[in-house]
Design a protein around this ligand. Structure first.
Ligand code: ZN
Length: 158
């Protein structure tokens, strides 16, 4: 078995890209600073998967200098990373994702997010946990200046 951990943070800005989390559009009113679509949760998930297979970080494989990824859906990154996991001879045991955002409340979107992750990783919904929290008004996340996500995955040999 192999475990992987990933985390990501994006700034919330006045003019950026509309907030998307776990390939689910959340709000046009909240915009974030990003080269790709800025899906914070998917970036943390990619890094966790890459970590579990002993690979380099997401920025190494999907460079911000590459115009191919400008505004690109991060789901494409997850699909590529999933293939890497597969090629290394591992399958996903479970995925645990936490998302910290002051507002809006994300729980109404949970089911859709789980569906999206299940489809992207080709795993069962029972293998996925997505949890939400605020930062109790502290630091950048708590002041509504950023969104942060952390992710842990467990892989097992096929
Ligand atoms: Zn990111």
């Amino acid at each position: 078995m192999r475990i992987g951990y990933g985390e990501d943070i994006h700034r919330i800005v006045k003019k950026g890209r509309p907030l998307i989390i776990c390939a689910t559009p959340i709000s046009e009113d909240i915009q974030i600073d990003a080269h790709s679509d800025g899906d914070c949760a998917l970036h943390a998930l990619c890094d966790a998967l890459l970590g579990a297979i002993g690979e380099k970080d997401i920025g190494y494989f999907f460079k911000t200098s590459d115009s191919k990824w400008e505004g690109a859906p991060s789901s494409l990154m997850v699909e590529e990373v999933r293939k890497m996991v597969d090629e290394k001879g591992y399958k996903i045991s479970n995925v645990d994702i936490s998302i910290m955002l002051e507002k809006p409340h994300l729980s109404p979107f949970r089911e859709k997010m789980v569906d999206k992750i299940a489809n992207l990783l080709i795993i069962d919904k029972s293998q996925i946990s997505i949890k939400f929290g605020t930062n109790e008004k502290m630091d950048a996340v708590g002041q509504g200046l950023a969104i942060r996500s952390v992710s842990v995955v467990l892989l097992e040999e096929k």
